[in-house]
Design a protein around this ligand. Structure first.
Ligand code: NDP
Ligand code: AKB
Length: 262
């Protein structure tokens, strides 16, 4: 058995996932790479096999297809070499909420919400039993910003963040590390695929810088890593404000401002 855990990365055929594959390979981790486009996956895999000593398997799969995700879940449950899951596969939608339709929203939720939840659920019991392992979930700063007009996409990413923070609470004491990574605009195909021009954005991070920063957070075992945020204190303040409200939710009566005036 390899001394370093194998890393399973979804959405590794391009963009952020392909850079994660590169970086974990260079750290000496064997890889299992997942995406729909087998040719592109194989191209990433063969380059990494040539440039590093690691073993790279590919799984051609659509994580929204029942039979395909079942195969990945089985691999996560049974392959004890896999010690890190990177839930990265994702997409965005073109247009505004009224320009999108219900089927597009459901498809996006299947990809950005259901798939990472299922994969985390498949692997978490084994990691918890072993007392080790890591789950990295790629969210987005859009999940913190309803103002941006990317409502369904942002809602899926808010879910990813909550899922990650909740899993960190549940699994952290069992020795399992869970990280939410929240990129902002990063130069990848997601923009073109969702009908947007990344070059029209005022600030764009390159994938290498994004992933290298995310891995600094990973190595520090941060629960939430926001690579573009200059002042970490702003995130800490948001978390402190949220936590300060927790004891106030336990009430028998509605708050005074909601009581009917006699
Ligand atoms: N780029 C950005 O500005 C930001 C991106 N993110 C997040 O980063 C993650 C990676 O996206 P990014 O690298 O930007 O975009 P890309 O479009 O370059 O990568 C998306 C990856 O997901 C895979 N994928 C898409 N749909 C499926 C599917 N149904 N089944 C399996 N794999 C799938 C794609 O491969 P294939 O087509 O071969 O299946 C591809 O490898 C996403 O979760 C995204 O939301 C977050 C914030 C900002
Ligand atoms: C909106 C997007 O497409 C982007 N992936 C982001 O999260 O910023």
């Amino acid at each position: 058995m390899a001394s370093k855990p194998t890393v399973l990365i979804t959405g590794a055929s391009s963009g952020i996932g392909a850079v994660y594959a590169d970086r974990f390979a260079r750290r000496g981790h064997d890889l299992v790479l997942v995406a729909r486009n087998a040719e592109r996956l194989e191209s990433v895999a063969s380059r990494l096999r040539a440039e590093t000593d690691v073993t790279v398997d590919i799984i051609q799969a659509d994580v929204t297809a029942a039979a395909d995700i079942a195969r990945i879940e089985e691999r996560l449950r049974e392959d004890e070499r896999i010690g890190i899951l990177v839930n990265n596969a994702g997409a965005a939608l073109p247009g505004s909420f009224v320009e999108q339709n219900a089927a597009q929203a459901a498809d996006l939720i299947a990809l950005n919400v259901t798939a990472p939840t299922r994969l985390a659920a498949a692997v978490a019991p084994r990691f918890a039993r072993a007392g080790s392992g890591a789950i990295v979930n790629i969210g987005s700063v859009v999940g913190l910003a309803p103002e941006l007009g990317l409502t369904v996409y942002g809602a899926t990413k808010a879910f990813v963040q909550f899922l990650s923070q909740g899993l960190a609470q549940e699994l952290g004491p069992k020795g399992v590390y869970v990280q939410a990574v929240l990129p902002a605009v990063t130069r990848t195909e997601i923009w073109e695929r969702s009908g947007r021009d990344v070059n029209a954005m005022p600030a764009v991070m390159e994938t290498a810088e994004l992933v290298d920063a995310a891995l600094v957070g990973f190595d520090r075992r941060e629960a939430v890593t926001i690579p573009p945020l200059p002042d970490a204190g702003q995130w800490d303040a948001l978390e402190a404000a949220r936590r300060a409200m927790l004891p106030n939710y336990r009430q028998v009566h509605a708050a005074a401002r909601y009581r009917a005036v006699a």
